[in-house]
Ligand binder design. Structure first.
Ligand SMILES: [Zn+2]
Length: 217
């Protein structure tokens, strides 16, 4: 496949057709996971209007990457494109990640679905789906080719390595699309608000454009 015009973007994606998600080529953000996070405090995100957000300090979720890594959030909750209010992915978060970056389990659970046959910048969309004890599902999408590090039926603990990021499916550029759903995991699903306990304050989840470092937990 031809390389995309740019590999990363902080510009929100737009829907060009019903079948294609295009992302603008904005100023390149630093996709390196090991560098420092922002120095200033995280801005307070707006989140989705009217949504109830679980207290972030006691959230059952941690950032879906290793402690010490830091990544910039592109689209977050109700921030446009497929992540708009009323869409199945209203509560999804895109993390700007270079292909091959390690993804870890945000919460413990059982792996119920794995797809890793997709080719970067092509289909299908590679993903790992983990079912939690409360019957919600964490979905980790756009993984690279062969990018699943777990198998269906495997129990994973919070922080376990579960995959490597990529640009498969409707990705447009390399990133992790993270979403928690309830009532099922197949599209069109119902996503649910998530906060994260091991990073900067995020009362209404993560803010677009800010780089969040995963702190020890
Ligand atoms: Zn997304």
């Amino acid at each position: 496949m031809p390389a995309p015009a740019c590999s990363r973007s902080t510009v929100p994606c737009v829907i060009a057709t019903t079948a294609l998600l295009l992302c603008g080529c904005g100023p390149a953000s630093d996709g390196q996971g090991a560098a420092d996070a922002n120095t200033g405090p995280a801005p307070t995100a707006a989140g989705c209007p009217g949504a109830f957000y679980p207290e972030w300090t006691s959230s059952p979720y941690v950032l879906p990457y290793p402690v010490g890594a830091a990544y910039t959030v592109d689209l977050s909750h109700c921030s446009g494109s497929y992540h708009s209010a009323g869409q199945p992915d209203a509560y999804a978060i895109d993390f700007d990640m270079d292909i091959g970056s390690v993804i870890t389990a945000a919460r413990a659970g059982l792996v119920v679905y794995v797809e890793e046959s997709g080719i970067d910048y092509d289909f299908p969309n590679n993903l790992v789906v983990v079912r939690h004890a409360d019957e919600t599902f964490a979905q980790y999408m756009h993984l690279t080719t062969g990018g699943a590090l777990v198998d269906i039926g495997q129990q994973v603990e919070q922080g376990d390595q579960i995959g490597r990021s990529g640009a498969t499916g409707l990705a447009g550029y390399p990133h992790l699309h993270f979403v928690v759903t309830q009532g099922g995991w197949r599209y069109p699903y119902e996503s649910t608000p998530t906060t994260f306990s091991n990073t900067q304050p995020n009362e209404r989840s993560l803010a677009s454009g800010y780089r969040y470092r995963a702190e020890p937990y």
